[in-house]
Write a protein that binds this ligand. Structure first.
Ligand code: ADP
Ligand code: ASP
Ligand code: MG
Length: 415
């Protein structure tokens, strides 16, 4: 007997037939004698609609207490329906909202972090032979306010619950067969990957591969929890997220992620003296703005610098406001920004020991006539910022250049 947490995303519960299908998948695990807790998202499109409604009544600067009350409500429908569908199949099941469990979080509305999960209710359900059907994405703050974990956050609910329950594994069911070499809904020659290292998955998720929520991967890696990503719509084997040491073959490039939620900002003519850049990034951090790629270049006269960085495109107005406030003190000449940019990231643990990965990337993009605007790297990732009009062309060309296309031979590292 195993203890497992099964998580079903929006497309897997997008209508009542799909919910009945999910109930059959859960029943199959129960019939094997397993203890099962299920975490579900809202029906696909529901949370988007709830966000639109909150914006229609009040244009919000950030997420607020009432925003969370509204956007958390989609999951209440699916837990109830799934518990009913399970009961209809003769499976003992009970639905739970996150505050009832509770999932304790901090107070950061719209992007809360789970602090602790009290698992006593679910353990009691297990003792009574019941399946616990738990609402993902939600939590409760110390002041009793409802919180949400950020878009896509029910993966994190599931993984955190699995860790707290000391589950044997967490199965993340979605609308594709697993983790692919790139988004299979955008690039048709993408190939399913059988094994991905935690570290690679962390880079891919944080660079835009929304198949897993970044914090879910981080929590699983921290606690050594086995997770697999698989389809709720057909019975093929999925992708296992494993320790790097468990990989039989280390790919130089395992997969390519992309993000279109990017804006490039340049401050022209900053005085070249200590403390200027610190002042800018301190002000941005105080406004809760995450900065990603950063490049500073010295002007031709040598007395001034230009500072370029990227932020989420949804933050661009806020960034300009913050920088305008600083203009008097810093005395820069101008701000220019561009939201028609995207970021492409190639990721693979084999990159650590294999030279030439950057060369392939830059040569491939050059052959396509694509100009690279910014570059950033980690030990196992190279990212470039390019004009968004070239996204598909660049992805297709890089996918082929790194040997990732379906039926293609892999480029292997030496160790
Ligand atoms: P769910 O609602 O089940 O949580 P998501 O929409 O959040 O599903 O994530 C699944 C989607 O992630 C897929 O439909 C796919 O379009 C997208 N995706 C992006 N990159 C990848 C990738 N490398 N592998 C698989 N899916 C990816
Ligand atoms: N329903 C939430 C969202 O759409 C959480 C999730 O799907 O993981 O973001
Ligand atoms: Mg998701």
């Amino acid at each position: 007997m195993a203890r497992i947490v099964m998580k079903f995303g929006g497309t897997s519960v997008s209508n009542t037939d799909r919910i009945k299908n999910v109930a059959c998948l859960v029943k199959a695990e129960v019939d094997l004698g397993n203890e099962v807790a299920v975490v579900v998202s809202a029906m696909s499109g529901t949370t988007d609609q709830l966000v639109v409604w909150t914006n229609a009544v009040a244009q919000m600067k950030g997420s607020s207490r009432e925003y969370d009350v509204v956007v958390a409500s989609g999951e209440q429908i699916t837990v109830g329906l799934l518990a009913l569908a399970l009961q209809n199949l003769g499976v003992k099941a009970k639905s739970w909202l996150a505050w009832q469990i509770p999932f304790y979080t901090d107070c950061v509305h719209g992007n809360a972090r789970i602090v602790r999960i009290d698992t006593s209710i679910i353990r009691k359900d297990f003792g009574e032979g019941k399946v616990a059907v738990v609402a993902g994405f939600q939590g409760i703050a110390p002041n009793k306010s409802i919180t949400t974990l950020g878009r896509g956050g029910s993966d994190t609910s599931a993984v955190a619950l699995a860790v707290s329950l000391e589950a044997d594994r967490c199965d993340i069911y979605t609308d594709v067969e697993g983790v692919y070499t790139t988004d299979p809904h955008f690039i048709t020659k993408a190939r399913k990957i059988d094994f991905v290292a935690h570290e690679e998955m962390l880079e891919l998720a944080s660079q835009g591969a929304k198949v897993l929520h970044t914090r879910a991967v981080a929590v699983a890696a921290l606690h050594g929890l086995p997770i697999q990503v698989l389809s709720s719509l057909d019975k093929k084997p999925g992708t296992s997220i494993v320790e790097e040491g468990e990989l039989v073959e280390k790919q130089v490039v395992t997969a390519i992620a992309y993000s279109t939620d990017e804006a490039k900002v340049t401050l022209i003519g900053l005085t070249d003296c200590p403390g200027v850049v610190g002042t800018i990034f301190e002000a941005l951090a105080d406004a809760d703005i995450n900065v990603d790629m950063i490049v500073q270049s010295v002007s031709q006269s040598g007395n001034f610098v230009d500072l370029t960085f990227t932020v989420s495109s949804s933050n661009i107005n806020l960034v300009c406001n913050v920088l305008n406030v600083l203009k008097k003190d810093l005395g820069y000449i101008d701000i220019v920004y561009n939201t028609m940019v995207c970021k492409i990231s190639v990721v693979g643990v084999g990159m650590r020991s294999e030279p030439g990965v950057a060369k392939i990337m830059f040569r491939t993009l050059a052959e396509c006539g694509i100009n690279i605007q910014l570059i950033s790297t980690s030990e196992i990732r190279i990212s470039v910022l390019i004009s968004s009009g070239y996204l598909k062309l660049a992805l297709q060309a890089l996918h082929t250049a790194y040997g990732l296309d379906a039926n293609c031979k892999f480029i292997k590292s030496n160790n």
